[in-house]
Design a protein around this ligand. Structure first.
Ligand SMILES: C[S@@+](CC[C@H](N)C(=O)[O-])C[C@H]1O[C@@H](n2cnc3c(N)ncnc32)[C@H](O)[C@@H]1O
Length: 264
C-alpha cells in the first residue's frame, strides 16, 4: 500500500481507540443502520469504530476491510468478544473483491488516505444491495480555525497537510463527498457538518480537544521527520502553541468534518 501519514506503531493504534471514544458523540448521533444485517466497513483500522457500531446496532454483522495486515491483526485482538459477528479481509479498497453484497457500509477517516479515492466509492457501489445505506465521515482540514494567531501551529499544520498531499492523500476530501458519491452513482445523498467550535466558555472541552489535537498532529511527526519534511523544533513549536491556545483567555478552536449519508 502507499505510505500512510500516521504509521502503524502501537501508540498510533492506541490513539485510534481513544479518538473513536472522544469523537464518538460527534460522529454517531445521526448514524442509522436500523434494519441492516450485513455492514461493510472500509478502512476499519484497529476496530475502534467497529466496536462502537457493534454495540449501537446489536443486529448487525460487520465485514472489516483494511489494506494493512497489522491493523487487521490488532482489530481481531481488540474485538475478540464480538468474534461471531465479524469477518476480516486485508484488501486495498480500490480493488475490493468480496464474494457477498452488503445492505450497509461505513467509512470513517479513510478516504483522505487513499490516492484516487473515487475508485473506492465505485468498488463499494458494486458490493452493495439495492437500497443499501452508506455513512461516510471524512476530514475537511481547510475548515480549521484558531485564535490567537500562532506561527508554530500554522506552520506545522500547513506542512502536515502538504505532506499528506505529497503522499497523494486529500486533507479536504470531506468537502467533496457530495460530488464523489453522486459521480459513483449513489442516490438520496445528504451532507452534514460536524465538529467543534470551542472557546473558554467551555474550558473543559477546549482542554480535552486541544490535547486530542496535539496527539493527532504529532501522529504525523515521525513520518515527516524521517524524510526531513519538518524539524524537531517545528514539532516542539506546534505542541507549545496548542498548549498556549488551551490557556489563552481569547482562545478559539474550531474544526468541521463532513458526514455523508447515501443509498444505492
Ligand atoms: C485513520 S485510520 C482510520 C481507521 C478507522 N476507520 C477509525 O476511524 O479508527 C485509516 C485506515 O485506513 C487504512 N487504509 C489506508 N489506505 C487504504 C486502502 N487503500 N484500502 C483500505 N484501507 C486503507 C489504513 O491502514 C488505516 O487503518
Amino acid at each position: 500500500m502507499t505510505s500512510y501519514i500516521h504509521g502503524y506503531v502501537p501508540e498510533e493504534q492506541e490513539r485510534l481507540l481513544e479518538q473513536a471514544g472522544l469523537l464518538g458523540p460527534l460522529i454517531y448521533p445521526r448514524i442509522d443502520f436500523d434494519g441492516c444485517k450485513n455492514i461493510l466497513e472500509i478502512g476499519s483500522g484497529v476496530g475502534a469504530q467497529t466496536q462502537v457500531l457493534l454495540s449501537l446496532f446489536p443486529e448487525i454483522e460487520i465485514t472489516c476491510v483494511d489494506a494493512e495486515p497489522r491493523q487487521i491483526e490488532k482489530a481481531k485482538n481488540n474485538l475478540q468478544s464480538y468474534e461471531s459477528r465479524l469477518s476480516f479481509h486485508v484488501q486495498d479498497a480500490r480493488n475490493l473483491d468480496l464474494a457477498n453484497k452488503f445492505d450497509g457500509a461505513f467509512l470513517c477517516w479513510v478516504l483522505e488516505h487513499i490516492p484516487n479515492s473515487q475508485l473506492v466509492l465505485e468498488k463499494l457501489n458494486e458490493h452493495l444491495e439495492p437500497g443499501a445505506k452508506v455513512w461516510i465521515t471524512e476530514v475537511f482540514n481547510s475548515s480549521f480555525y484558531f485564535q490567537p494567531p500562532l506561527e508554530g501551529l500554522s506552520n506545522y499544520y500547513d506542512k502536515y497537510n502538504n505532506f499528506h498531499r505529497s503522499l497523494k492523500g486529500d486533507p479536504d476530501v470531506g468537502a467533496k463527498l457530495g460530488n464523489m458519491l453522486s459521480q459513483a452513482g449513489f442516490k438520496e445523498i445528504e451532507l452534514f457538518k460536524g465538529g467543534f467550535h470551542l472557546s473558554q466558555h467551555d474550558s473543559e472541552s477546549l482542554k480535552k480537544i486541544t490535547t486530542y489535537w496535539k496527539g493527532l498532529m504529532k501522529s504525523g511527526a515521525a513520518a515527516m521527520l524521517e524524510v526531513g519534511w519538518i524539524t524537531k523544533e517545528e514539532v516542539d513549536a506546534m505542541e507549545k502553541d496548542i498548549e498556549t491556545i488551551a490557556s489563552d483567555e481569547n482562545a478559539i478552536f474550531s474544526y468541521q468534518f463532513v458526514q455523508a449519508n447515501a443509498r444505492i
